[in-house]
Design a protein around this ligand. Sequence first.
Ligand code: ZN
Length: 428
Amino acid sequence: MGTTMLPHDACLAELISFLRTSPTAFHAAASAAALLRESGFVQLDEQASWGRLPAGNYFVLRNESSLIGFTWNGGGAFRLIGAHTDSPSLRLKPNPLRKEQGCLLLGVEIYGGALLRPWFDRELSLAGRVAWQDKNGSLRSALLDVQRPVAVIPSLAIHLNREANKQQDINSQTELVPLAGLIGEAATDFQHLLREQLRSQQPDAEPAGLIDHELFFYDATPPALAGLHQEFIVSARLDNLVSCFAAVQALRLADAQDNCLIILNDHEEVGSVSAAGAKGPLLRDVLERLLPETEARQAALRKSFFISADNAHAVHPNYAAKHDPQHLPQLGKGPVIKFNANQRYATTAASAAKFRQLCTKADVPVQEFVSRSDMGCGSTIGPLTAAELGVETVDVGIPSLAMHSIRETAASVDCWHLCRVLRTFFQP
Ligand SMILES: [Zn+2]
């Protein structure tokens, strides 16, 4: 606590390292927990009684994929920041192995609203969580990251499909199947790979112990800075790990009189209905344990303010007509306040004004987004949390391009802007 904010370049380097160590929601929660632990935050166990928590800095993990971190002063209002740990991806099926035409293939399900075309022709690695039996027969689970390319989804050559550059459907059952090896090569046995990986991380893993898995493919190419002057950051999962990172960094530096709390939810990309998702009870459960008396809790929540941070669509110079002409959030011009008349975003005039004031204080530019009236609108955890707790909420996010691609683009300076404005929120 009390350390000063990192300068721009150091902040970007830490963001890139956070992106690299967070290939899945599980790893994102673990990366966030590690940073909080480094700053002296103490992990609370949801299975234990917390009693009356002494003032201090704490965090909680649920499902190993959602995290709540907070500073606790014993009562009073909350300053809240929310973001999500998950991103669209390809998840391995329970029995994924297929053998076709001499190749070993791994069947996948699509997780969330992935942009599928960019998944072709990229080196894919595998990460997630496995459940296994230790030498005493007890069930345990562990995070696993293979950390090297283990598969690829080659596209069909243009010579075999002359229509390939026109709009084309992708059949996710038959066309989106990663190739993981050649039949007959001993080292390409999938279970073998998992067991070897597990054993290298968990020496007491029982070789014959059953392994269930929640494993996701991810782009093995690391994040990069791009542009003539490195204006861009290009990476998988910018949506929404940039917000997670900025929230964690803000909390590490928090010194507000109010309690400062960040909630990083899993399952936003699939509708948030889960034990760990924003439509589940996680935040309410933690708040009820901190403030068990309804009256005190309600009064605290009415005085609280929630910044829901999730990436926004920057105007794409090649597709500018996809935006409302009066609302064209540009890369590099600061965080975006998101508006929607139908409550797809929870922003109100009052909450937008508060966020604008915060940006002025942090010396950060700010922009607005609203969808074209003839197009649908996305949503995020803001309205869900507002509906669940009745807390005043603003939906914001950095402008980005290629959202839900395996490789998204944002302006590096916007990541810095977001870090600064969230820090200012927690350091009034
Ligand atoms: Zn998002």
